[in-house]
Write a protein that binds this ligand. Structure first.
Ligand code: TYD
Ligand code: MG
Length: 455
């Protein structure tokens, strides 16, 4: 090992500086610089990087396309988010908050695919803990799984070369360390170096590799923003630990679309793929409950019917409370302002609580209309029929704006037995099958919708 040298590294974006800085000039994070020891020898550490071996420029049309076959798993949701299975030699980063089920899903992948030899490397749990977890997941049990509790990248590489698995799983990148660097595991330099080493040998062994990465409080992959650039695919596990449903979203995919989405349910016996997710986010209810409206959303490319719930009540204390779970609070405030100004509902002195069922977060602007309908329904204490749903973005002047893929939403709503859907008058309905039986209420302004619902 060469002469020791230290450098300050931003733990947020990996920017380096010779001296400590209070604010990172690159990503503007405060107090993110940590002193790390870097040995000089690491400067040529990547000489074995597989992508460095190509020396001559080639003519693109002469390059042979990837003909490797994808590995298809016994998990339709995972195959879908990966773009139809995993490409050999690809690096897949799997991020999520602690306790959301990353280790469970990866172990399940290993157990339920006996056709593949899997090397599961854990730097977080002991062999016995992994065994206990595996016993909870009573799927098909594969005899083809090798467990390695190790954090040293050299040993991991040697083991992978000996065992020659079909799939490698690393749980988690934050626990690994490379002896090329002296800094502690979990620091940006270590994470970057370890990922480079894994990248090198997984490409040379044509091994699809899943790397688990923890997410910090702000919701980004802890420390290693840098990691996202290095890997082929970034999958993110979303959901609320206290709810059953989990969503796996693809944020980056060099081998597929990022519009895909996988939905799971966390049961006693592990994560169960949800094959027909449309209905799950709607709770069974009595017809007469007020404050509930269903939105025909689009999550990724899949239409999903999601229930929005609102509670409006007279503020008990001076300042009214506003709170939104699963929905952007600023957007809710904007919608409330539109309601007050354009429809004359005085909500300024009332508490407003909004909740999206199932613990999921929605971002589709088409949910605006359902959110407003739920709020007005709660305020007026008039229930909305459970056979009715909504899909429309609401603008600042109270106009209902068109949303994308309206025909997919309408078709899904009809399939699930909805009888009426409120949409924008300005949508392009040309792609819609004219034989639909669901009633369309095409409105230009939100007042028209409220008059139809509550008058
Ligand atoms: P885990 O996979 O350990 O999360 P992560 O690796 O993302 O930190 O999942 C932990 C949670 O999942 C834990 O709180 C218990 C729950 N769980 C179940 O509900 N059912 C199961 O079969 C298993 C294995 C875990
Ligand atoms: Mg874990």
């Amino acid at each position: 090992m060469g002469k020791k040298k230290t450098t300050f590294v931003c733990q947020n974006c990996g920017n380096q500086s010779a001296k400590w800085l209070g604010k990172c000039p690159q990503c503007s994070a405060w107090n993110s610089f940590v002193e790390e020891i870097v040995s000089i020898s690491s400067s040529n550490a990547h000489s074995d990087h597989p992508l460095r071996t190509t020396k001559k420029a080639k003519i693109l049309s002469e390059v042979q396309p990837l003909t490797q076959k994808r590995l298809i798993f016994n998990d339709p949701e995972l195959n879908r988010v990966l773009g139809g299975g995993a490409i050999p030699g690809s690096l897949i980063l799997f991020g999520g908050e602690p306790g959301i089920g990353k280790s469970t899903l990866m172990l399940q992948l290993a157990i339920s695919n006996p056709q593949f030899k899997v090397l599961y490397v854990s730097g977080e749990e002991s062999d016995e803990q992994i065994k206990t977890r595996a016993d909870r997941i009573n799927n098909i049990t594969s005899e083809n799984i090798f467990i390695l509790t190790e954090t040293d990248t050299t040993i991991i590489r040697k083991t992978a070369e000996n065992i020659n698995p079909d799939i490698l799983i690393i749980d988690s990148i934050q626990t690994l360390h490379s002896d090329k660097l002296d800094s502690a595991p979990g620091t940006v330099s270590q994470i970057r170096e370890c990922t480079f080493e894994i990248l090198a040998f997984s490409k040379s062994l044509s091994l699809p590799t899943f790397i688990i990465g923890h997410i910090n409080k702000e919701g980004s992959l802890a420390g290693p923003k840098v990691l996202e650039h290095m890997v082929d695919t970034v999958l993110q596990f979303e959901g609320d630990r206290n709810h059953f449903y989990r969503i796996v979203r693809s944020i980056k995919n060099r081998f597929g679309s990022t519009n895909e989405l996988g939905i799971y349910e966390m049961l006693e016996s592990g994560l169960q793929p949800v094959i027909d997710p449309s209905k799950i986010l709607i709770s069974a209810r009595e017809e007469h409950l007020s404050g509930i409206a269903i939105t025909a959303n689009l999550e990724g490319v899949r239409p999903l019917m999601i229930e929005t719930q609102a509670l409006v009540s007279r503020a008990a204390y001076g300042t009214p409370q506003r709170s939104a779970t699963g929905f952007d609070a600023r957007r809710m405030n904007m919608l409330l302002a539109v309601l007050e100004k354009k429809c004359g509902f005085k909500v300024g002195l009332e508490d407003v609580f909004l909740n999206i069922t199932g613990g999921i977060k929605i971002e589709d602007p088409a949910s605006d209309l359902a959110v407003l309908a739920a709020i007005v329904s709660s305020r007026e204490d008039i229930s909305i029929s459970s056979k009715v749903c909504f899909a429309g973005e609401v603008g600042l002047s109270g106009e209902i704006r068109p949303v994308q893929k309206i025909s997919a939403r309408i078709t899904e709503a009809e399939k699930l037995g909805f009888e009426k859907i409120y949409v924008s008058h300005y949508n392009d309905f040309s792609a819609l099958n004219s034989a639909h039986s669901i009633a369309l209420f095409k409105a230009k302004k939100i007042e028209e919708v409220f008059r139809d619902l509550f008058a």
